[in-house]
Design a protein around this ligand. Structure first.
Ligand SMILES: [Zn+2]
Ligand SMILES: [Zn+2]
Length: 365
């Protein structure tokens, strides 16, 4: 397994990135203290030197119980004071990291606190700014359209005018019982069947047969396994060792598959269709009475034995003249129409086209 050389930082003089093989700081000359954090740079190459590989695999560094000096695993006795390794139990910690946990900075690195990115805020603000003229333009167009609709369609004016006449119109619908011939899928009550036959009412889809067809399908197939670097092992002596894991390797393969496609056909559904005769009230004529006074009456009418009087309707109009001498007619409810007099001054509401639409109130002149 591949060995890589780690780094460490000197806590005395602040020097950073010291090679893992160094037992002392090249800056201040002090011995690496116990518990120093080893880290691995992202692009640390594999160690190929046999001597260094041997040192890395010899085990963790040990710390002299008498003078505190860190010694390589193979060194005995202590290079500083000569005490033997067997009298010391303390040694650098060995630990294994997942790939995302591997330390990339040492003891002297500043705390990794996440700062909000101000550039993003500026970017979003500047991207919103070009939209402002567009929104303003849309609002202006909507305002002009609204004013146009109000002026040409919704605008009303009120004007005082003089009553100078009246007219009325009253109508009665006369209906007659007639025998008519119709056809339908059902016979309504009172209908007398003249003829019936089978006709196509609608079509339904019926399974006719299956056709064998082919299609391409993609499948994920396991084709083997591979070893990969899934972490790092801090050997406790300035060196790291790749931690290897195994994972399955898949491949997407395409194959041709046959399947049965259902084929449908339209089949007619027959129902009985009837021709029948039936007696119905139908509109025969409109009887109408009208006059240019305030004495409305309903029209006279004569009924045959198969006839009846149906819906009644009435219309009452006030004839008016404005102060420019222009004449109009405006509809009014019967009760208000009946109590007006010629010469009365009334207020009338006009629409945007200049047509009278409503009699608002009356005032005696
Ligand atoms: Zn130093
Ligand atoms: Zn010592």
């Amino acid at each position: 397994m591949a060995i890589r050389e780690g780094r460490w930082d000197c806590q005395y003089c602040g020097k950073t990135g010291i090679l893992g093989r160094e037992q002392g700081c090249p800056g201040c000359g002090r011995v690496r203290p116990e518990g120093t954090k080893f880290y691995l740079l992202e692009d640390a190459p594999e160690v190929t030197d046999e001597h260094l590989q041997e040192r890395a695999q010899a085990g963790a560094d040990w710390v002299c119980a008498f003078c505190g000096t860190t010694n390589e695993a193979q060194r005995d006795p202590c290079k500083q004071c000569g005490a033997s390794k067997s009298s010391s139990e303390s040694q650098q910690q060995v630990k294994t990291y997942e790939l995302h946990e591997v330390p990339r900075t040492g003891d002297n690195a500043p705390d990794e606190t996440i700062q909000p990115e101000p550039s993003q805020v500026v970017a979003s603000r500047s991207s919103a700014l070009p939209m402002l003229p567009v929104i303003g333009g849309v609002l202006a167009v909507l305002l002009v359209c609204g004013l146009g609709i109000w002026f040409f369609v919704l605008r009303t004016t009120e004007q005082q005018v003089t009553v100078d006449g009246f007219s009325w119109e009253r109508t009665i619908e006369i209906e007659e019982m007639r025998t008519v011939t119709e056809e339908d899928w059902d016979v309504p009550s009172g209908g007398r069947v003249l003829d019936q036959r089978q006709e196509i009412h609608h079509y339904k889809q019926v399974l006719d047969h299956y056709e064998t067809r082919t299609r391409q399908v993609n499948e994920r197939v396991k084709v083997g396994s591979e070893d990969y670097v899934c972490g790092q092992r801090d050997l406790g002596n300035g060196f790291f060792e790749d931690k290897m894991c195994t994972r399955d390797v898949y491949e997407t393969r395409s194959r041709t598959e046959t399947y049965e496609e259902p084929i449908y056909r339209d089949e007619p559904v027959y129902r009985t269709r009837y021709t029948y005769e039936i007696d119905r009230w139908e509109r025969d004529r409109t009887e109408k009475a009208q006059g240019n006074d305030q004495n409305p009456v309903w029209p006279d009418y004569m009924l045959a034995s198969n006839q009846r009087a149906g819906e009644r309707s009435a219309l009452y109009r006030v004839h008016i003249t404005d102060d420019q001498g222009k004449t109009y007619q405006v509809e009014a409810p019967e009760q208000r129409w009946a109590v007006l007099h010629i010469g009365d001054r009334v207020i009338v509401k006009f629409n945007a086209m200049g047509e009278p639409i409503e009699l608002i109130f009356q005032r005696r002149s």
